[in-house]
Design a protein around this ligand. Structure first.
Ligand SMILES: [Cu+2]
Length: 334
């Protein structure tokens, strides 16, 4: 064997090893579970997913400053104390071609808010039901080296309700404030750009996503547009396990217009003020991805966990402290 043969042989071996490593199933081929529309599929593939998100907020902020309940009660008759939001998300993806992946998502939300009034009395309001649904497409723009760039386009259909009510000490069956509703009440468009860089032992990714709301809902307002950037990195612990870190920045505008039915309540609690809904948030998250690699029935199933915490925030008016969120997910492609 001469040098040329050896070189070609080595190159072939390296290429197949590299290609093998790159194509072989491994946990960090998917972004942290809190990221949506992070990956595309091969022609003919489809995928089911389920996510459970739980977000816990407690305390109030004004701009960047934390406020005590007593401070809020200096200006308002009632102050939110705690809020818990749970979301169940059922997802479906299908790729008619290598370039195009279609997706759909159904959501169910449950929200609880504990409120305190000036007399020191606390009460709880609850809302639950179908939230807004999403249909969309991911279009693969470019692959080069270890990189992939794709575009995201989603339409959010207002299948949720902007008329959630509950009993309170003031009145029975009262309309709940904006944050307790589970719909925008409008058709919203999401436009995004997603970059992934895959290596054998680690991966990088970033996603830019804008949510543009259209028109005005039946109650005479529309939620603020949102712009978000998230950047993540993940490291394989083995083929099956990967560890991830992620940073997200989000800018949200305040509600345009207001719900006339909340006019009285807006004077009583900051939660019912439409101008107190915008802001900037920076969150950091850590996550764990697990891909089952076995001969058994669970082969190819993915399980993932992510815990996210607010690092800094600058909000319009007086709002709830962003707090912590965790996400649990399952995914399986066929
Ligand atoms: Cu998928």
């Amino acid at each position: 064997m001469n040098k040329t043969h050896l070189t070609w042989g080595l190159m072939a071996l390296l290429t197949s090893a590299w290609a093998g490593a790159d194509d072989s199933p491994n946990a960090n081929r998917h972004a942290p579970i809190g990221v949506m529309g992070d990956h595309t599929h091969q022609q003919g593939e489809f995928m089911f997913s389920y996510r459970f998100m739980d977000m816990g907020m407690s305390g109030m902020v004004s701009g960047t400053d934390h406020l005590s309940t007593a401070e809020v009660l200096d200006d308002f008759m009632m102050s939110p104390v705690r809020m818990d939001m749970k979301m169940h998300m059922l997802g479906f993806m299908y790729a008619p071609t290598d370039r195009l992946t279609l997706m759909a998502m159904l959501n169910h939300s449950e929200k609880d808010m504990v409120i305190q009034n000036r007399m020191g009395m606390r009460f709880r309001t609850h809302s639950s039901g179908t939230a807004d649904s999403k249909i969309g497409a991911l279009y693969r723009l470019k692959n080069w080296g270890h990189n992939q760039l794709h575009m995201n386009f989603n339409v959010s259909v207002p299948t949720g309700s902007i008329n959630q009510r509950d009993n309170t000490p003031m009145a029975e069956n009262m309309l709940l404030p904006y944050g307790m509703q589970n719909s925008s009440g409008t058709y919203d468009y999401q436009l995004g750009l997603t970059w992934n860089q895959y290596h054998e032992g680690h991966a990088w990714g970033a996603q830019l996503m804008s949510t543009i709301r259209t028109g005005e809902n039946d109650a005479g307002y529309r939620l603020g547009h949102e712009h978000a950037l998230t950047i993540w990195g993940s490291k394989n612990l083995s083929d099956a396990w990967s560890l991830s870190g992620r940073l997200s920045v989000k800018n949200k505008q305040s509600i345009k217009g207001s719900d006339a039915r909340l006019q009285m309540m807006a004077m009583m609690t900051p939660a019912a003020n439409a101008d107190f809904t915008g802001g900037d948030w920076l969150d950091a998250a850590i996550g764990l991805n697990y891909l089952v690699i076995s001969e058994g029935w669970f082969d190819g199933h993915r399980f993932a966990f992510e815990y996210s915490s607010n690092i800094s925030q600058d909000v319009a008016g007086i709002q709830m402290d962003q707090g912590d969120m965790w996400t649990l997910g399952w995914q399986k492609a066929f």
